[in-house]
Design a binder for this molecule. Sequence first.
Ligand SMILES: Cc1cc2nc3c(=O)[nH]c(=O)nc-3n(C[C@H](O)[C@H](O)[C@H](O)COP(=O)(O)OP(=O)(O)OC[C@H]3O[C@@H](n4cnc5c(N)ncnc54)[C@H](O)[C@@H]3O)c2cc1C
Length: 415
Amino acid sequence: MAGIDAIVLGAGIVGTSIALHLAKRGLAVALVDRRAPGEETSYGNAGVIEGNTLLPHPFPAGLRSLLRVATKRATDANYHLAFLPKVAPWLMAYRANSTFERRIAFAEKMRPLFERAVGEHEVLLAESGAERYLRKEGWLKLYRTEAAFTATARERELASEYDLAFRILDVGETQALEPALAPVFQRAVHWPGAASVTDPLAVTRAYASRFAALGGVVLTGDARSLHRNGANWRIDTQEGPVDAREAVISLGPWTPDVLAPLGLDLPLAVKRGYHRHFRPRDNAGLTRPVVDAELGYCIAPMEQGLRLTTGAEFAARDAPPTPVQLDRLLPAAKELAPLGEPVEAAPWMGSRPCFADSRPVIGRAPGQGGLWLAYGHAHWGLTLGPVTGRLIAEMMTGATPFCDPVPYAAQRFMQ
Ligand SMILES: Cc1cc2nc3c(=O)[nH]c(=O)nc-3n(C[C@H](O)[C@H](O)[C@H](O)COP(=O)(O)OP(=O)(O)OC[C@H]3O[C@@H](n4cnc5c(N)ncnc54)[C@H](O)[C@@H]3O)c2cc1C
């Protein structure tokens, strides 16, 4: 296929948003995936566009939390024992990034992306005719104990410094927002600066359709066929080979499969996560995503039902699913929210692609002319897809980037 300016590998929310942003700037773009757009990690998330987020998820603090995880009683984290030696260096680096000072540094470096996240989605949703999937109701974080609520006070202090809106609610005020929640918690915080979508897969599909309407081509191919062809990058697709001067790798948790043969080894790990849909009991529902903070799960109302999503599982990306966290947290989730019968026979599993500093990589691939990287969006790939699309498209077209891209450069791992 001739006349292509850029190849984008991976049609998750990140790659599809990049392809759309490049097409909007007049480039001829081929978006390549082995599946249809949005069917992997970008399908199964909790649908929250976390415009309010400041701090990354910390490594478990204190012996008690650590022991709960170690003895496999925690609902928010699980691990495969045989995998621990492999992921240990990454976990140590993650732990080093969990001091409050480092987490505040994350907030500063990531704020330019998070603060535009909802607005950038709104633009793409509007032009894709997909506004019906957007809910601007914020999200709720519930605390079962005063101690857990108090333990997160610094996050709210920081939010006030950043002028981010939030409202502390008692049980009655929370139930006024979500009458179906049982009073098994003491406090809640409503964050109105977040938004959510009722069908993340439909959103990525809508962005892909908009991309195609602008002349972009969606092709089927294996990203591992990427190789140099003279001054170009070449990818083999079912529609034949495609050449372009520039290529973007946005393969989420699969990005290392393509980078390793190029000699690029950036320290990515995955936090696997599960979801399952439940029919609402007695026709009671939720109007926004709700997080049970101490237990580390989210219940998000979706078109398919109430989607219960889990925290992190440390295991090899391709190891068979072990959805024990869902079993552990289900009694508490059913006590809190009107979860009826499960919709599917088995839970869904996906892998959040994560760097130990919780920041994504967005920018040039070191030492590979014409190659760009956009991956590692961890817990926030849905949130940050469109804003990543804007940033990398601005960099690739020589425009002034809307923010300093240095905090997201791959080079930070090479010093
Ligand atoms: C349980 C759970 C809940 C979450 N909740 C939220 C949330 O509420 N809000 C939020 O912002 N984020 C959330 N996330 C994170 C978010 O889902 C991810 O960060 C995001 O989906 C990553 O998008 P991506 O485009 O980078 O990757 P993906 O969506 O995984 O896209 C990568 C694409 O690459 C393709 N691919 C892989 N290998 C090849 C190959 N060899 N050849 C061709 N194509 C290939 C895949 O088919 C796929 O389409 C959650 C994640 C999980 C697991």
